[in-house]
Design a protein around this ligand. Sequence first.
Ligand SMILES: Cc1cc2nc3c(=O)[nH]c(=O)nc-3n(C[C@H](O)[C@H](O)[C@H](O)COP(=O)(O)OP(=O)(O)OC[C@H]3O[C@@H](n4cnc5c(N)ncnc54)[C@H](O)[C@@H]3O)c2cc1C
Length: 305
Amino acid sequence: MNGAITAKKGRALQSWVDDMQKRYGYAQQFIPQSEVSQWIDSPRFVAMSHDPRSGHLHPLKYILGLAKAAESLGVTICENTAASAITPATATTDAIVHARDGGVRAKHILLAGNVYLDDVAPQLKPRIMPVGTYIVASAPIEHNRAQRLIPSRAAICDTDFVLDYFRLSADDRMIFGGRVSYSAVTPMNLAPSMRERMLAVFPQLDDVPIEHAWGGFVDITMNRAPDFGRAESLGKNVYYLQGFSGHGLALTGLAGKLVAEAIAGNAERFDTFAAIKHHNFPGGRLLRTPALVAAMAWYRLRDRL
Ligand SMILES: Cc1cc2nc3c(=O)[nH]c(=O)nc-3n(C[C@H](O)[C@H](O)[C@H](O)COP(=O)(O)OP(=O)(O)OC[C@H]3O[C@@H](n4cnc5c(N)ncnc54)[C@H](O)[C@@H]3O)c2cc1C
């Protein structure tokens, strides 16, 4: 679900819902202010939208399931083995992916390292920026009380550029995320400041402690569209997937499928994504982060209008 926190943002949400229907035939329910309280027990929202075809999941269970499925098909997963460099393929030899204690010969390479690839593929770096995003989990809330907060148990985010996102866990904790850091520095007092944001949405949780706080980096692109392609300067058959811009949970699965199709000889769907134009972040190596921090300060200000 999406939630709008001002009347103006509510009108923008309604026109987005209408537009999705008109342009793509994708139906969602727009929820006017008079019905918001049926969906959430919060004073914060003046309008909402509900997408009955979306859902949420436990990401660690998902990744463990993927690993199990891959291993059952014969894949070897080498944990704690960072790739450090690539020797490109030649006319007669395969590429080599180097790690600290050895290497792997490869006919095809897929770079899918988020913001962590560093010197393995420096040519990809200027098109993405690391943005920190953070989550807290409350202590478990009594079941009926939790149920009243979000009766549908949908995952919800607001429509701000620097957004809050939250849902109930299976064991009735409030999982609350937001509070991005564009400077790549973890915010001070993370748990208390996230708690403040949570209480702005659910003031009635004032007596519920925060038990866990964590965060990580997402790789954003200038246009927030994913950046897929072939890293030809690293040799033939080197693909990359990056720039999921905070929306990678479902899209990474699809992206993996598209690369698999391309490697198997049908690159049509992969090339549709690869055709999206991307630009480098301005400011070069030294000024990229300050430039982004300044730009995001402007977006934060705009969220308040
Ligand atoms: C706090 C938080 C909340 C989020 N919430 C949502 C959400 O609600 N919905 C959503 O859709 N997305 C969400 N995301 C974003 C989502 O997690 C990312 O978009 C997604 O994980 C990107 O997938 P990826 O495979 O590109 O990168 P990652 O999942 O980061 O995986 C990259 C992998 O590459 C490995 N790697 C890196 N460098 C090397 C190297 N040199 N050699 C070998 N391996 C390497 C890393 O160890 C890692 O395993 C959230 C992210 C964070 C941090």
